[in-house]
Design a protein around this ligand. Structure first.
Ligand code: MLT
Ligand code: MN
Ligand code: ZN
Length: 308
């Protein structure tokens, strides 16, 4: 299975258009010291040619360039993705659906709760459907679902959606179970698995045990500390109140994830205020010393066959 990190920043990207926090200033003046990043999205593939998107960000048009293969399409129109899987209905994870409206046929995979928010509240599904056929495959919680190519054939990949601690999007009119999930993606042929959890408010033992089964883990690295936005005078809510478990400190994600046996552990959905975005910061060094990777756009992981 191939895993490609398309966008490693949280909503707003890095630097964020209206932000002049210390990290965004460095990203503008010295990108070699703080690499710019697009908004949270990833892709997986069984064969390295046919890809499924994990969340569709507002930067999807630029991000699809990472999927370019050697083959030049022989048809006039060619859609380089086989489907879009969404973990929640947040703007940064779903606006890309409507931006892919030229597809004509755009399969989406989502839980019932996410579908109803996209239908009723953000109206991204009905809006996209004015342009394109958008068949939606339901993702029941804690149940593996096979991913099919656009032509209906089996991809050999499966996804299992599991609920994670978080509130619904601010614009959601009701709070149904399954509004925010993580994905466990499995390749039947190799037996390899990738966990994708870009938004998560807490990590209990049950969730840690689940994540331990993954060969690669892409996890919520939004904030370094709980008070990050308050300290900068940007916001009045803590990271936890925003449903993002901070990386540092007691009970933070770093100490909890450090002991996991996953071969690759990667932070993604990194907010522009987070000091790990600075290549030479002490916070970056603390993360990399534990063997964790600070995700960047274009990061590729190849999860080989079980025998390797
Ligand atoms: C989040 O990650 O908390 C949401 O995406 C917030 C937002 O986009 O405003
Ligand atoms: Mn977000
Ligand atoms: Zn900033």
């Amino acid at each position: 299975m191939h895993v490609l990190l398309l966008g490693s920043a949280a909503g707003g990207g890095f630097p964020q258009w209206n932000c002049w926090c210390p990290r965004c200033r460095v990203a503008r003046t010295d990108p070699s010291a703080a690499q710019p990043r697009t908004q949270s999205s990833a892709a997986i593939s069984g064969d390295g040619r046919r890809w499924f998107l994990l969340n569709a960000s507002p930067d999807v048009r630029d991000q699809l360039r990472w999927l370019r293969t050697e083959d030049t399409p022989s048809t006039i129109r060619h859609v380089p993705i086989e489907g879009v899987l969404v973990t929640d209905a947040e703007i940064d994870h779903t606006l890309g659906i409507v931006l892919l409206r030229e597809a004509r046929h755009l399969p989406v995979y989502a839980t019932r709760a996410v579908q109803s928010i996209l239908d009723r509240d953000s109206r991204l599904l009905p809006t996209t459907r004015a342009f394109s056929e958008v068949p939606v495959t339901d993702l029941p919680l804690n149940t593996p679902v096979a991913l099919c190519y656009r032509d209906g054939s089996a991809s050999g990949l499966a996804v299992e959606a599991f609920p994670v601690p978080a509130g619904p999007p601010r614009f959601a009119t009701c709070e149904e179970e399954g509004h925010t999930v993580g994905f466990m993606l499995r390749d039947e042929a190799s037996g390899k698995a990738c966990a994708f959890v870009p938004g998560c408010g807490d990590l209990d033992d049950a969730l840690l045990t689940r994540l331990a089964a993954a060969d690669a883990l892409l996890f919520d690295g939004t904030f370094w500390t709980d008070e990050e936005l308050i300290a900068l005078g940007i916001g009045d809510r803590t990271a936890r109140e925003m449903d993002h478990l901070p990386i540092a400190g007691r009970g933070g994600s770093l100490e909890r994830l450090a002991a996991l046996p996953c071969k690759h552990r990667v932070y993604t959905h990194i907010n522009n205020t987070n000091p790990i975005l600075l290549e030479h910061s002490p916070e970056r060094a603390i993360v990399t010393r534990t063997g964790m990777i600070v995700g960047f756009d274009g990061l590729r992981l190849a999860l080989g066959p079980a025998k390797e």
